[in-house]
Ligand binder design. Structure first.
Ligand code: CO
Length: 460
């Protein structure tokens, strides 16, 4: 019998985030939810990452309400979210009580699969979220932030997979956020993991460098079970490869694919219109859809490269770009080869720019890099360069163990602080994650409700 390959649709989250900075409001995709539900996906990725932040910051939407509405419209498909381990949806570590309640409420509001990663691949930063997911009855997908370096061997990745399994992961995701994984590497890495554990493996990549279709094919050959794709109008470039194209190629190669082509065609017709609106208003720029091989040469993720360029431009120092590109991998090596993903990509990039412009390496460092050297972000893949660490820390002490253990509980004090303002624990969680945004959202919601009350009195 033909082996089955399953699909995760990313149009509601990663494609939306990668191409149009997560600006898709609920009303724009609402008409398609019941259609997506019928297509035959393993899961629909629809929450987490930047969705929560952008709902509150730009779309004036309650992210929890969005999740509940998606759940109601899609009773047959698993809903999936991306969670940054102990960082949850933010950029720094939170106390355990917040992580636990957040995961519990995400599952209560409809989440089925929680994909949990850590920027340093430090599993002790993933443990609390993994256990909370399992306790809430959802699927914990233990995730590897994929990167290449002298210390990132297949043996190390396999060791990590075994630890994640121990923590309750029922699937493994290899997350190639920069789209730098090539087909042979995919084949070798998936084979190594499949040899070591009997667990479903999902591969997540981006089309940025143009490798993704080939990478998925070789990964499938090596036994990958699930791939992440985006419906064609929201595919390509910094997004994922197209769903329909992968389904077509895999069927031709003799694999079984559950997707209903009639349904994916309806989705494609609909989302073409949505995409064209975002092109017309300038949100979707042509560059985001193009292939960019620069990061294969420099080993710097595409998003990070454009950040470096805009930083230098602001400082009127764009002519130093070549030096910064040479300095970036050196800083990364000094820092123990962190994968370049939020927030480490920003930290390493800013430090490389500073080193070049100041003219002396590590004479000036950000407070984030200092915290990183203290151990607040977790254990680095390789040790940090001792000499540089001593220069940065001076007399400051390194922390031992897990940074979150030093943080006081935050949920109960916040509940008390928000008495009369927060209507639910979900509100409390939104506030802890993004205090200013949530406060603004609560005020606007109140004003809107008062308006509605007045209106209904007049109507009566
Ligand atoms: Co991604």
């Amino acid at each position: 019998m033909a082996r089955k390959v399953q699909f995760v649709e990313t149009v509601l989250r990663d494609a939306n985030q990668s191409l149009i900075a997560t600006r898709l409001p609920f009303e724009k995709f609402e008409p398609m939810l019941s259609t997506i539900d019928k297509a035959g996906y393993y899961a629909a990725e629809c929450w987490g990452g930047a969705t929560f932040d952008v709902c509150l910051r730009y779309l004036n939407e309650d992210p929890w309400e969005r999740l509940r509405k998606i759940r109601a419209a899609m009773p047959n498909t698993k809903l999936q979210m991306l969670l940054r381990g102990q960082n949850v949806l933010g950029y720094s570590h939170y106390p355990d009580d917040f992580v636990k309640l957040f995961v519990k409420k995400a599952v209560e509001n409809g989440m089925d699969v929680i994909r949990i990663f850590d920027a340093l691949n430090d599993v002790k930063n993933m443990k609390v979220a993994m256990e909370a997911t399992v306790n809430a009855g959802a699927i914990a997908s233990g995730t590897i932030s994929y990167t290449t370096s002298p210390v990132h061997t297949h043996a190390k990745y396999v060791e990590m997979v075994k630890e994640l399994k121990e923590m309750g992961a029922s699937t493994i995701c290899i997350k190639d956020m920069a789209g730098i994984m090539g087909p042979q590497e995919a084949y070798d890495m998936v084979s190594a993991i499949k040899d070591a554990v009997d667990m479903p493996i999902d591969l997540h990549t981006h089309s940025t460098t143009g490798l993704a279709f080939m990478t998925y094919l070789k990964a499938v050959e090596a036994g990958v079970d699930i791939i992440d794709t985006a419906i064609s109008p929201f595919s390509g470039g910094t997004s994922q490869p197209a769903t329909e194209t992968m389904a077509y190629a895999l069927r031709q190669l003799g694999y079984e694919v559950d997707l209903d082509d009639k349904i994916t065609r309806q989705m494609s017709d609909y989302f073409k219109g949505v995409r064209d609106e975002f092109i017309a208003d300038g949100t979707l720029i042509p560059k985001a859809l193009a292939t960019d091989t620069q990061c294969l040469t420099y080993q710097i993720p595409g998003g990070m490269l454009s950040n470096l360029m805009s930083q230098l431009k602001q400082m009127n120092a764009l002519d130093r770009l070549e030096e910064v590109m040479l300095e970036t991998p050196k800083v990364r090596a000094d820092m123990g080869y962190p994968p370049l993903v939020t927030p480490t990509s920003q930290m390493v990039g800013v430090q490389a720019v500073t080193n070049v412009l100041v003219g002396e390496r590590y004479k000036k460092v950000s407070k984030e890099i200092t915290a990183y050297c203290r151990g607040e972000y977790g254990t680095t893949p390789a040790p940090i360069n001792e000499e540089i660490k001593a220069k940065i820390l001076g007399d400051e002490k390194e922390i031992e163990g897990r940074y979150a253990d030093t943080l006081a509980p935050i949920v109960e004090p916040t509940r008390q602080k928000l008495a009369g303002i927060a209507k639910s624990d979900e509100d409390v969680l939104s506030y802890i994650a993004f205090p200013n945004l949530a406060e603004k959202f609560f005020e606007e919601r109140k004003a809107k409700e008062e308006n509605e009350v007045t209106y209904s009195i007049v109507e009566a």
